[in-house]
Design a protein around this ligand. Structure first.
Ligand code: FES
Length: 115
């Protein structure tokens, strides 16, 4: 899989201070709205738009089961694989996060026409 790696922070310290545990920040990168959050299990990035009815997951919250909860109808999604954990065949798109010497990056899949 090919990714565009987009820098979101200058370093890991900045990431940790600006996204403390259970905070959700939304980024708009390459026309995709992406929620970035930190839980006890690490940092995760998933699509912002709920696949059920389009609410912004950035207005929801995370729980101790490493799930993000939609603010509208409370569907829950596993932050690691994006799968709905409250029933239904819904799934969130997930994005890899990499922390390197020169910054923290989110990977966005290249479109087929960009390869
Ligand atoms: S819009 Fe998210 S659960 Fe309905």
């Amino acid at each position: 899989m090919n990714y565009h790696w987009i820098k979101i922070f200058d370093n890991q310290t900045e990431l940790e201070s600006l996204i403390p545990i259970n905070t959700i920040i939304v980024f708009e990168l390459r026309n995709e709205k992406i929620c970035v959050t930190q839980t006890q299990n690490g940092f995760f990035a998933v699509q912002d738009k709920c696949p059920h009815n389009g609410a912004s997951l950035s207005k929801g919250f995370c729980n101790k089961n490493n799930e993000i909860i939609c603010p509208l109808h409370r569907y829950s999604f596993n932050l690691e694989n994006g799968k709905a954990t409250s029933g239904g065949a819904f799934a969130l798109k997930t994005y890899p996060i990499q922390s390197k010497k020169n910054g923290v990056f989110i990977g966005i899949e290249s479109k087929w026409w960009e390869m």
